[in-house]
Design a protein around this ligand. Structure first.
Ligand code: ADP
Ligand code: MG
Length: 394
């Protein structure tokens, strides 16, 4: 793919349309509870400011379904961003076509504006061409830094690119693309994928694609029990997708065919349910108690996985290895996070819950890269080309 990166753009005096993902969580009083998504784009925004661009930031927030919903306004984000940048960010609350251009005309070189939630317009999610053209008229260059939204082709990340002279990926999107390439396209070998999470059904396409690329595939989390069932073992009351036992069999066969070392848990932490940590105990994979469910991987499994990770040069990880939200069931995920962090491997981690789990483990700073995309990261693992990235390819 031939994608331009932000560094190569001449920005001086230009109006730069920057698509960001400021889809941050609010509490009931509309206070931002986590600004990671804002801080992740600061390098791109600062670069635009320092290079004399007139920066126009565009984002969605929540699912207003094409209507102006006051509780999903980006106004609090404009305030937080002003504080983070130390300059006043102009909040453009006038609609596009009805006053927004007039407000933006007042923007000077080195200044920053943020448009109101782009999903207030029904044309956005429809990827409407005319709307894309209208958006393009606001600017001279287009920069996409919204990786977490890149798997959805919408007007502000796809249609617009047909009508604007120069398009590039911002620093955040560049990092996402380059680290993913290092992990899955041209990785240092041997490579290991760690796939966990609650269900196999959401990860089938990713598992199949990964089996073409890695040397080792480590399985954990709720999906491990569907694999164990496929091997003929009873899994008690563990999460089991009965209609995907055959899928798990297919994946086991594919691993054999591709000579991928597929690893499943050998010992399992079981509990009567997710709220009964005090009654947890250890079981072997071939003798799980009928009245309990698997909630985490056990210590022998951790050691088994450790050996494989230590023998690897690249690790890509999606999906927690246990029901980590309860600290009593997070030991497996935490231990493996520590092993990955200290292994010296290139480590790339993605997935909404995976990122929470790694943050909880305390090893986030020691990973090579933590993706900002959940669905977008999973689609990369599936081998898909994301529409918003394809749109930058000239
Ligand atoms: P991601 O968002 O990173 O892609 P998933 O959404 O696939 O990850 O899975 C995360 C969820 O899987 C977490 O909420 C975690 O509690 C759950 N999970 C992992 N292992 C188990 C298990 N053994 N039993 C129940 N839930 C589990
Ligand atoms: Mg999830």
């Amino acid at each position: 793919m031939a994608i331009k990166y932000l560094k190569s753009l001449d920005l001086a005096g230009k109006r730069a349309f920057v698509r960001v993902d400021f889809n941050v969580p609010y509490d009931k009083s509309m206070a931002i509870t986590d600004d990671t998504r804002i801080t992740a784009t600061l390098p791109t925004i600062r670069h635009c400011i320092e290079n004399g661009a007139r920066t126009i930031l565009v984002s969605h927030l929540g699912r207003p379904d094409g209507k102006a919903v006051p509780s999903m306004s980006l106004a609090p984000v404009a305030e937080r961003l002003s504080a983070l940048l130390g300059i006043k960010v102009m909040f453009v609350d006038k609609p596009i076509g009805q006053g927004a251009s007039e407000m933006l005309a007042g923007l000077k070189n080195g200044e920053v504006a943020l448009l109101e939630n782009i999903r207030f317009y029904p044309e956005e999610e429809k990827n409407d061409r005319e709307f894309g053209k209208k958006l393009a008229e606001l600017a001279d260059v287009y920069i996409n830094d919204a990786f977490a939204a890149a798997h959805r082709g919408h007007a502000s990340n796809e249609a617009i690119t047909n009508f604007i002279g120069e398009c590039a990926a911002g620093f955040l999107l560049e990092n996402e693309i380059e680290y993913f390439k290092k992990a899955m396209v041209n990785p240092a070998k041997p490579t290991t994928a760690i796939i966990g999470g609650v269900k196999i059904s959401t990860k089938i396409a990713a598992l199949k694609n990964i089996l073409d690329k890695v040397d080792n595939l480590i399985i954990g989390g709720g999906m491990a029990y569907t694999f164990l069932k496929a091997k003929g073992y009873d899994v008690g009351r563990s999460i089991l997708e009965a209609d995907h036992v055959s899928t798990a069999k297919t994946i086991i066969e594919l691993a054999e065919k591709n000579r991928v070392n597929l690893l499943l848990p050998v010992d399992i932490v079981v509990a009567p349910d997710l709220d009964s940590a005090d009654k947890k105990k250890l079981a072997r994979f071939d003798s799980m108690p009928a009245d309990m469910e698997g909630v985490d991987i056990g210590p022998e499994t951790i050691r088994l996985y450790e050996g494989v990770i230590r023998g690897s040069k690249t690790v890509v990880w999606n999906g927690p290895l246990g029901a980590f939200e309860n600290p009593a069931f997070a030991a497996g995920t935490n231990a493996v996070a520590g092993i990955v962090a200290e292994s010296g491997c290139l480590s790339v981690i993605g997935g909404g819950d995976s990122v929470s789990a790694i943050n909880q483990s305390g090893y986030a700073d020691k990973m090579s890269y933590i993706s900002t995309g959940g669905g977008a990261f999973l689609e990369l693992l599936e081998g898909k080309t994301l529409p918003a990235i394809k749109a930058l390819d000239r």
